[in-house]
Design a protein around this ligand. Structure first.
Ligand code: MG
Length: 380
């Protein structure tokens, strides 16, 4: 089997309603996906996380390394892409391009061998995963607190057992918002907060201490991802678990987080930090430090399904007769591309999402949606 074609698609969808978080506003979804086809007609899909147009160029740069190669030798192809880019693209967006290609190769391998990706990764420790709702972003609404409360209650009504909300507006507003949301959802729903590295260490300590009474599942990206030691200092000053890693690349980046004792929860982004090949290594690395791995997930159903297979394969930490569930992040903001691009669609049943048992990632692409969202004129 040989790789015969590499196609990229930059997909775009203007949002009906823009929203923002501590760093910038979203008014468009823009995502690069890749389709890799073999001479035997088997194809796989992958996705990169980050600036879509740059990722598309990155995949074009890597394409000559792939053409004519055996897609089943995905680990050696990964190493060739890594080796040929290391000198000028260390821990950069180019790894989102490598990640997208890597995911597509795993999809091909699963289809070629008639096995789900989770089986190829080594098997399923769980066949269903608990989604947590990511939402509760900021808006210019004059009734932001009431809006957040209504949105949070909506997630509870939909069956979510855990919710993540944004912080990073200001300490005063964050405390007010967290307090209101906790009061609205009651004590039995897990509540996490994410500041997207909005704060200095001093501010993060202050916010953590002020929201500790509201039973916070984790405080995500409290400070800049550059400050490994500040993460560690914060961990020693609050009872709230600290999460981070969505801006980190490769096992070498995660080694920094782990050696510095920066996080309780390492959040790999499969579509950027090196693909399934590399996040499996990162999960092994994290387990040797006793650190939990819960992936960051954002984008289309391709990345979401890659995450489902990856999570199915994460070793329970610690092992026990009834091991704890591992969350999957389920972004609930407006995302027509995710909702329409792939099928079958994601379904939550009784608070769980099942890991697909069909070959590869277990999804295919709706050609009509692909054409509709695609910004390029390349035919499907
Ligand atoms: Mg985050």
């Amino acid at each position: 089997m040989k790789i015969s074609k590499v196609e990229t698609f930059v997909l775009s969808n203007k949002l009906e309603q823009s929203f923002f978080f501590s760093q910038w506003a979203y008014n468009e979804r823009r995502i690069c996906v890749v389709k890799i086809t073999t001479d035997q007609g088997v194809y796989g899909w992958g996705e990169g996380y980050g600036p879509a147009d740059v990722i598309q160029k990155g995949i074009a740069l890597l394409e000559p390394l792939l053409m004519g190669k055996n897609p089943l030798e995905n680990e050696s192809l990964w190493f060739e892409m890594y080796r040929k880019t290391l000198d000028f693209a260390r821990r950069s967006v180019l790894f989102a391009a490598i990640s997208a290609i890597d995911i597509a190769l795993w999809d091909i391998k699963g289809k070629a061998l008639n096995l789900p990706v989770s089986t190829l990764l080594g098997g399923q420790h769980r066949n269903k995963v608990v989604p947590y709702a990511t939402g509760l972003y900021f808006s210019d609404s004059k009734t932001l607190v009431q809006d957040l409360v209504a949105e949070a209650k909506g997630y509870v009504n939909q069956g979510f057992k855990a919710i993540k909300m944004k912080v990073g507006l200001s300490i005063k507003e964050d405390v007010r918002n967290v307090k209101s949301v906790r009061a609205a959802i009651g004590p039995d729903i897990q509540l996490m907060v994410d500041s997207n590295h909005a704060y200095s260490l001093r501010e993060a300590v202050e916010l953590a201490r002020k929201i500790e009474p509201y039973d916070i599942g984790w405080f995500e990206e409290p400070v800049s991802p550059e400050f490994y030691d500040q993460y560690a200092q914060l961990r020693n000053k609050t009872s709230i678990p600290i999460a981070g890693g969505e801006c980190e690349y490769l096992r070498y980046g995660f080694l920094q987080l782990l050696q510095n004792k920066s996080v309780d929860i390492a959040q790999v982004e499969i579509c950027a930090s090196g693909g399934l090949t590399e996040v499996k290594r990162i999960a092994s690395l994290a387990s040797s430090f006793g650190v939990e791995v819960i992936p960051h997930v954002w984008g289309t159903g391709i990345g979401f399904h890659a995450a489902l297979h990856f999570i199915a394969n994460i070793e329970p930490l610690p092992g026990r007769l009834f091991p704890p569930d591992i969350f999957i992040e389920y972004d609930r903001t407006e995302n027509a591309i995710r909702d329409r691009l792939t099928f079958p669609t994601v379904k939550m049943d009784k608070g769980y999402i099942e890991v697909p048992q069909s070959p590869g990632l277990g999804i295919d692409i709706d050609p009509i949606a692909l054409k509709e969202f695609s910004t390029t004129s390349k035919p499907y």
